[in-house]
Design a protein around this ligand. Structure first.
Ligand code: ADP
Ligand code: MG
Length: 125
C-alpha cells in the first residue's frame, strides 16, 4: 500500500525512476518498522473511538525531483541504528535508509493530543 502510494506520487510529480525506486525501498523499511512498533504500546496515541485501533501515518511529498517521506507511529521509543553482524538478517533496515537517503531523522510531533514519533527520510534527485 505505502509502496503503491509512493510510486503513484512520484509518477505524478515526474520523479525519476531511480529516485522513485530508492523512495520505495526506504518507505518499505520505515513502514515495516512502524508497523512492528505500533503493536508494542498499549492504548491509542490520540483520542480514538476504539481501544484496538491500529494507526500508522505515511506522508509522501514528491516534487522538484525529490521525495520526502514521513512515517508516524504511536511508540514514543526512537529507533536505534543497529550494527548488524555479517550473517544477521535483521537490524539492517535503518542502515539501508542511512545509506540511501540524502537525509533522515526522527522527531516528536508537537501539539495537543500528539504522541509517538515520526521517522522521516529525503531522497535526493
Ligand atoms: N519505528 C520504530 N519505533 C521503535 N523502534 C524502532 C522503529 N524503527 C526501528 N526501531 C528499532 O531500531 C532497530 C533497528 O531497526 P532496523 O535497522 O530497521 O532493523 P530491524 O527492523 O531489522 O530490527 C529495531 O530493531 C527497533 O528496535
Ligand atoms: Mg526494520
Amino acid at each position: 500500500m505505502a509502496r503503491a502510494f509512493v510510486a503513484q506520487a512520484s509518477y505524478v510529480a515526474g520523479i525519476s525512476q531511480t529516485t522513485a525506486e530508492t523512495a520505495l525501498l526506504i518507505v518499505s523499511e520505515l513502514v515495516t518498522n512502524g508497523t512492528r512498533a505500533t503493536g508494542r504500546v498499549d492504548g491509542p496515541p490520540v483520542p480514538l473511538p476504539a481501544e484496538n485501533v491500529a494507526v500508522l501515518f505515511v506522508m509522501v511529498r514528491a516534487g522538484d525531483g525529490t521525495v520526502r517521506l514521513d512515517v508516524w507511529d504511536r511508540d514514543p521509543q526512537r529507533p536505534v541504528v543497529q550494527h548488524a553482524e555479517d550473517m544477521d538478517e535483521t537490524g539492517r533496515g535503518l542502515l539501508l535508509v542511512e545509506a540511501l537517503a540524502a537525509a533522515w531523522g526522527v522527531y516528536t510531533p508537537r501539539g495537543a493530543g500528539t504522541s509517538g514519533k515520526v521517522v522521516w527520510a529525503e531522497v535526493a534527485a
